[in-house]
Design a protein around this ligand. Structure first.
Ligand code: ADP
Ligand code: MG
Length: 290
């Protein structure tokens, strides 16, 4: 990012010290069956950005790797109760959710390696596709009734289109697809979109791809610019104006169990995620108000 762009981005982001509250809870599924495209990085940093601007945010870590739990400094060693207990055992989220120690307003339903078995165990369970939806809706209603409404939920999916991702797509209303600005970026997107269409037709008519975020954008390469152009042409206004730059700060943060927003709040990575989060709150088609 050029120095002058950095300044104007900082100014724009800092001008908004609170973000508008949505009329109802918005539930995002962060999905792309490719690994390493920035799903987890986007989940934790957009969630942290929204919480830092006064919103109540829940992250559901649906990847047995538990990378989102790690980045948010949440205990998730083997045996830690979390999303597995919610979807396989039907336990209440209130007993499983942990508050992020570093970011007020942000809570996490953690994933431990125990979740790795869930993909297979779910196959034989009744209503196997709707278990996360049921558990989440019960929790959201309870929080609402207690006057502690959750504004945003982000479900960080594993890199596959199996039953865990299907559970996420039944529980969510909006799909956020991070697309890495590299050569094979668009490969596999057709399969993802067909899966979303199938879920919409059979399990969740409200599901829509509302948000596409370009990640690991490198302004110095023609490749990044080319991919960004292609994606914008295909998906038009669904693509956020902000692209997330490739940034060492972003990739370092998780090893300190932090988001880039807490690790280096003035870095271009932090500012870009804040701006992307602000754009998400701006989506007037979702009935936002201030
Ligand atoms: P996914 O969840 O889709 O598998 P991750 O969010 O874990 O992808 O990102 C994959 C790797 O790329 C991680 O090591 C992460 O730290 C790194 N990474 C993600 N976004 C960026 C970025 N904008 N700049 C540099 N590294 C990034
Ligand atoms: Mg991930």
């Amino acid at each position: 990012m050029e120095a002058h762009e950095h300044v104007s981005l900082a100014e724009r982001v800092q001008a908004a010290d609170t973000f508008p509250t949505p009329l109802e809870t918005r539930v995002f599924v962060v999905a792309n069956q490719k690994g390493g495209v920035g799903k987890t990085t986007t989940t934790v940093n957009v969630a942290a950005a929204l919480a830092s601007r006064g919103l109540q945010v829940l992250v559901v870590d649906l990847d047995p790797q538990g990378n989102a739990s790690t980045a948010l400094n949440i205990e998730h060693a083997e045996g830690t109760p979390g999303v597995y207990e919610a979807i396989v055992e039907g336990r209440d989220l209130d007993e499983l959710v942990q508050a992020c120690p570093d970011i007020p307003g942000l809570s996490v339903l953690p994933a431990s390696i125990d979740l790795a078995g869930a993909e297979i165990e779910l196959v034989s369970l009744v209503a196997r596709e709707t278990r996360l939806d049921k558990a989440l809706q019960r929790h959201l209603a309870k929080m609402d009734a207690a006057g502690q409404r959750i504004d945003y939920v982000f479900i960080d999916c594993p890199p596959s289109l199996g039953l865990l991702t299907i559970n996420a797509m039944v529980a969510g209303r909006e799909v956020l697809i991070p697309i890495q600005c590299e050569y094979y970026a668009l490969e596999g997107l057709g399969q993802l979109i067909r899966s979303i269409d199938l879920i919409r037709a059979h399990l969740n008519p409200q599901l829509a791809i509302t948000t596409i975020l370009l990640t690991m954008f490198d302004a110095r390469t023609r490749l990044s610019a080319g991919v960004a152009d292609d994606v914008r042409q295909h998906f038009s206004e669904t693509v956020l104006k902000t692209a997330i730059p490739r940034s060492v700060r972003i990739s370092e943060a998780p090893s300190y169990r932090q988001t880039v927003l807490t690790y280096d709040s003035g870095s271009s990575g932090a500012l870009s995620y804040l701006e992307a989060a602000r754009e998400i709150t701006e989506d007037t088609t979702k009935g936002t108000h201030s």
